[in-house]
Design a protein around this ligand. Structure first.
Ligand SMILES: Cc1cc2nc3c(=O)[nH]c(=O)nc-3n(C[C@H](O)[C@H](O)[C@H](O)COP(=O)(O)OP(=O)(O)OC[C@H]3O[C@@H](n4cnc5c(N)ncnc54)[C@H](O)[C@@H]3O)c2cc1C
Length: 348
């Protein structure tokens, strides 16, 4: 029997495994493969490392290798309100990365835990002495037994769905990739309250344009196509998609939707609901919540300590919820955009 079974090797799971691997017998199970050529799963993502995530990496004394970086690095976001046709530019300090390579790099730092890649968890159950995790790898079925179970398996978490009733607001995130040859390098955020009360984005990464949006689950595909159509006037060439990807994304409406776990089942990262509801930035929260649980696992009352360690993260999310009210209420957003506060003026 293992001490800890971690499901999911995204930023949250790989960080936890790296931090506790020396002190516990840990196994991490993930459905992707670090090798870009071999993997059957890549996380759909904008791949922007926000200042908070850079800060978390700095605290861990980690430096991103250049091969993880994407081209180009962009220092401004073009904010477009599609109904009012207002456009405002703001300075941003993101790092533009290849998300699969970022995850693979973080996973490669796990040296003291067992990592099982290319393995899909299909069932998690409580037993008399711990937890059983059933997974499929190479068409074979295996069972891992553990004393503590950690769900680091993202928005569509099998651990959260199996053990916890607390619901969380979810959107369908759809992204399409296009050749970027006809689009100027940019990062854009797109607001159209008739299609979504979240937002869309356009971003150049390694000669491709990523066009994406987080949309209410109902009619998400139809509304994505409408958003694309409405953005054509802003010089997005989205006529010929190279590929389409979609996944759920959590966006907590209240901090009561966050579930940290109990009874030796814990959630970290997006599965717990740790993600900004205003920007959908989730990598910093994944790293910070993994650290919070790693520290708690060394203490006798893990549940209580983990929840206490997450207090700051919850306050941060609560503040982001307040920001969301301004960002996603058309009148407030337009007033902010028109005020030009904190904006930059582009020179020809
Ligand atoms: C379209 C989109 C764009 C985004 N853009 C950004 C951005 O630019 N910057 C940012 O900071 N955040 C962004 N986010 C949010 C961010 O991607 C997540 O919040 C962050 O990745 C959460 O990390 P995590 O480790 O908790 O979960 P994830 O990164 O989702 O990792 C979960 C892992 O679990 C594995 N897994 C899931 N289910 C199973 C299973 N059954 N069996 C085995 N393995 C399983 C998956 O392989 C995956 O590796 C975006 C999200 C979306 C959807």
């Amino acid at each position: 029997m293992r001490d800890v079974i971690i499901i999911g090797g995204g930023p949250a799971g790989s960080t936890l495994a790296r931090l506790i691997g020396k002190d516990f017998d840990v196994v991490l199970i993930d459905k992707k493969n670090k090798d870009e050529e071999k993997t059957t799963f890549k996380k759909p993502c904008g791949g922007l490392i926000a200042p908070d995530a850079q800060r978390a990496l700095a605290r861990f004394q980690l430096q991103i290798p250049t091969e993880v970086l994407a081209n180009p690095q962009i220092f401004a976001v073009k904010t477009i309100d599609l109904q009012s046709k207002l456009i405002t530019h703001y300075q941003r300090f993101y790092l533009n990365v290849n998300r699969h390579r970022f995850d693979s790099w973080m996973l490669s730092l796990v040296t003291d835990a067992n990592v099982i890649e290319d393995a899909r968890v299909t069932k998690v159950e409580k037993t008399a002495i711990g937890y059983d995790v059933t997974y499929i790898k190479d068409d074979n079925v295996y069972i891992e037994k553990g004393r503590i179970l950690v769900g680091a398996d993202g928005a569509d978490s099998i651990v959260r769905k199996t053990f916890f009733k607390r619901r969380i607001r979810q959107y369908m995130a759809i992204q399409q990739l296009f050749s970027a040859s006809n689009t100027k390098p940019l990062y854009a955020s797109l607001f159209d309250h008739t299609l979504t009360d979240s937002y869309g984005w356009g971003l150049i990464k390694d000669d491709e344009l990523i066009f994406g949006a987080a949309l209410p689950l109902q009619d998400s595909r139809k509304n994505f196509e409408l958003l694309k159509k409405r953005c054509e006037v802003y010089d997005f060439d989205t006529s010929q998609p190279l590929s389409t990807e979609a996944c759920l994304v959590n966006s907590p409406k209240s901090i009561r939707e966050i579930e940290c776990g109990e009874d030796n089942v814990f959630l970290i990262g997006e599965s717990a609901g740790f993600i900004s509801p205003s920007s959908l930035e989730g990598i910093s929260y994944a790293l910070e919540s993994a650290l919070a649980l790693a520290k708690a696992l060394r203490r006798p009352n893990v549940t209580k300590v983990y929840k206490a360690n997450c207090r700051k993260l919850k306050i941060k999310i609560w503040l982001k919820q307040l920001k969301s009210i301004v960002l996603y209420t058309p009148l407030f957003r337009r007033l902010v955009m028109m005020s030009k506060i904190d904006s930059i003026t582009l020179e020809d």
